[in-house]
Design a protein around this ligand. Structure first.
Ligand code: NAD
Ligand code: UDP
Length: 344
């Protein structure tokens, strides 16, 4: 295939036209009040689209989209995607992001998380079919489970435990991919699947238990840094702005990208390395403490992004060091605000 000549991520996003759709589209973002969804809504509004954010606010926060409420091109519908949804008028594109992503959150109500992935995907696919909309599924590196190959290409089928605490998320996301495959094959729905690897950045819920937000909060509050297991397990951390570029390119690409596409940063770190980096950047006196490793915690995770590079001319450009700087100053501001609010 020919390589597009636009610059890599983080430059102004010049969105190719979604074939057959107007330039200013009506776009649904489910999970739009969450961490990733709120960035997506913001980017889409910035590009002139009309955005309908659908969210049940189970892990999302109204403050994540408060800055969009004054725009008449933005609307918010409180709705649980487990139930079918009707939207009047045209819909050109749907990003299906609704689903808790933090292990502690999806394990708090596993059956609801499972249904969100499966029933939610099905309801949104039905809507896409009815409206002739293109639909993108926020899938996950968790479909690879505890991978035995590294880095993980899309062709790897994964090693997933279907009978454990992570299964509600992993198997729900795998089943959702199957639904996307079948709706494309049987009904001709235009589908996209992004397998997203660990992403971090501004507007993460500081209390949702994921590792980057936990470590940054713990360091800023001078609390112990909680390492689960030995800390030798690895993750590859993608900054949210890079991910948004990848997601939007995947949605808007008219290339043949029906199958899953990995989106993530291929630089791999152990959890101990992450902890030391956060400690150094915050100059924090926090101590490392070691806790039990959660069951089925993947030992390694690293995306092979050759497909995204070839199809979308995309690769992340923000290093973990840079991304952490943004996140630390943002969280420090939020903490400062909190303490001022508490004092008043
Ligand atoms: P998040 O928890 O911040 O956001 C999820 C949003 O979905 C929240 O606003 C929540 O209220 C909403 N939601 C949950 N269940 C719903 C339901 N039944 N109906 C309507 N809304 C519902 O998580 P995030 O990090 O922003 O993740 C967004 C999506 O990306 C998820 O689908 C997740 O699986 C996927 N993903 C994220 C990452 C990551 O590192 N952030 C990695 C892989 C995949
Ligand atoms: N982790 C940790 N301390 C924490 C939170 C998480 O050591 O306070 C570890 C966790 O066990 C996993 C990794 O960090 O190995 C990433 O966890 P996270 O919940 O962010 O996402 P996951 O990739 O496991 O879904």
């Amino acid at each position: 295939m020919s390589h597009l000549k636009f610059p890599l991520s983080n430059m102004a996003h010049s969105e190719p036209h979604l074939a057959g759709r107007p330039k200013a589209m009506v776009v649904i973002v489910t999970g739009g009040a969450g961490f990733l969804g709120s960035h997506l809504c913001t980017r889409l509004i910035g590009e002139g689209h009309k955005v309908i954010c659908v969210d049940n606010l189970s892990t999302g926060r109204p403050q994540n989209v408060a800055h969009l409420m004054a725009t008449n091109r933005f609307s918010f519908i409180e709705h649980d995607v487990v139930n079918p949804i009707e939207i009047p008028g045209p819909v050109h594109a749907i990003y299906n992001l609704a689903c808790p992503a933090s292990p502690s959150k999806y394990q708090a109500n596993p059956l609801q998380a499972f249904r969100t992935s499966i029933d939610g995907a099905r309801n949104l696919l039905d809507l896409a079919r009815q409206k002739g909309a293109r639909i993108l599924q926020a899938s996950t590196s968790e479909v690879y489970g505890d991978p035995e190959v590294s880095p993980q290409p899309e062709s790897y089928w994964g090693t997933v435990n279907c009978y454990g605490p992570r299964a509600c998320y992993d198997e729900g996301k795998r089943a959702a991919e199957t639904l996307f495959f079948e709706y494309a094959a049987q009904y001709g729905v235009e589908t996209r699947i992004a397998r997203i690897f660990n992403t971090y950045g501004l507007r993460m819920d500081p209390h949702d238990g994921r590792v980057v937000s936990n470590f940054v909060m713990q360091a800023l509050l001078h609390q112990d840094i909680t390492i689960y297991g030995s800390g030798q397990q690895t993750r590859s951390f993608c900054y949210v702005d890079d991910l948004m570029d990848g997601l939007m390119r995947l949605m808007s690409s008219n290339a043949d990208c029906k199958g899953p596409v990995n989106l993530g940063n291929p630089s791999q770190f152990t959890i101990l390395e992450l902890a030391h980096l956060v400690l150094a950047k915050t100059n924090s006196p926090s101590q490392l403490v070691f806790r039990n490793i959660p069951q089925d915690d993947p030992r390694q995770r690293c995306p092979d992004i050759s497909r995204a590079m070839a199809l979308l001319n995309w690769q992340p450009v923000i290093t973990l060091e840079e991304g952490l700087d943004h996140m630390i100053s943002h969280f420090a501001d939020e903490l400062n605000l909190d303490s001022l609010q508490a004092a008043s």
